[in-house]
Design a protein. Structure first.
Length: 309
């Protein structure tokens, strides 16, 4: 059971209270106090929890700080870090409102970070949704399917290769930088759509490479059922030894390949408020992820992660 302190007692605290109580009931956490600058002036307890001021935080034993004030999260996080609280011990309270949230599963991703390898921005969006540190260099990147197929078969070979410039970014012409790992037949391409220059892309890449957790890797793929090389890509996906999920618009018996009707929308004619679908298979699969899968189960390697069938 993890010991926690809640920072904030406003409206967001009120909306999360039932989930906090439920996690206590499950034996996943114990709230030791609520830090409230306002309430500490006129009350000693709220909902059975001791109310403390910021100065009182130093006298409380806890594993995690749950911040319920979303708009002030960055400011509170900075304050907490100045007090010596590690960043990976500061949790944005908004994650408690995710569907099927479970604190035990969540802290397992904090205490043993997962490195997400994704062919597109799904990895970055997943880290952001869960409020987790980026522990993968494949953040805000895109890998063409042929390159990604090679990459996931031997990811740590490619991650050990220097990132070389293949195309420099030209912001005024909407041209983004492209990098290359390896050489010849043993090379892959990584596109940095959100960076203005290769120098900036390389800097971010090398910084995030240092955070990789080789002992806990998750691979996400998306394969178009109309791709002429689909069988090759599926076979490669089937062989990788990591926790994984592949979105596919065709039929196959390969394990961990997921077909979801929700993502068969046409890019031009489909309801974009539902998801950013791409061609027929919705490889972006970003904005509605929590509607279709349980992210915490998925990243923790549990097989019953599908919510829609």
């Amino acid at each position: 059971m993890r010991q926690c302190v809640i920072w904030g007692s406003g409206n967001e605290y009120e909306s999360m209270l039932n989930q906090i109580k439920y996690e206590e009931l499950k034996g996943n956490l114990k709230c030791n106090a609520v830090l409230s600058k306002t309430r500490s002036r006129f009350a000693k307890k709220i909902d059975g929890y001791d109310i403390i001021s910021k100065d009182g935080l130093r006298d409380i034993t806890f594993d995690y700080l749950i911040v319920t004030a979303a708009e002030a999260f960055a400011e509170i996080q900075a304050e907490a870090r100045e007090m010596g609280i590690p960043e990976n011990r500061i949790i944005p309270g908004r994650v408690l409102n995710l569907p099927n949230f479970d604190f035990k599963r969540y802290v397992s991703l904090l205490e043993n970070p997962v490195t997400i390898l994704s062919d597109n921005c799904w990895g970055a969006m997943t880290y952001h949704t869960l409020g987790l540190p980026f522990t993968s260099p494949l953040i805000n990147t895109y890998c063409p399917q042929a390159s990604y197929c090679k990459f996931i078969q031997d990811p740590f070979f490619y991650l050990e290769q220097p990132l070389r410039v293949k195309q420099e970014g030209i912001p005024r012409q909407n041209v983004f930088p492209i990098g290359q790992l390896g050489e010849g037949d043993k090379s892959v391409e990584v596109q940095f759509m959100h960076e203005a220059s290769f120098e900036r892309a390389e800097k971010r890449w090398n910084e995030r490479k240092k955070r990789i957790n080789k002992s806990r890797v998750f691979v996400k793929s998306a394969i178009d059922g109309d791709d002429p090389r689909r069988e090759e890509y599926l076979a490669a996906f089937a062989q990788i030894p990591y926790n994984k999920m592949c979105l596919y618009s065709g039929e196959t018996n390969i394990k961990d390949v997921v077909y979801m009707k929700r993502f068969e929308w046409d890019w031009y004619n489909g309801p974009l408020e539902v998801a950013f679908a791409w061609n027929k298979f919705g490889s972006w699969f970003m904005h509605n992820t929590t509607t279709s899968v349980d992210l915490l189960k998925l990243l923790n390697g549990e097989k019953d992660y599908i919510r829609e069938e």
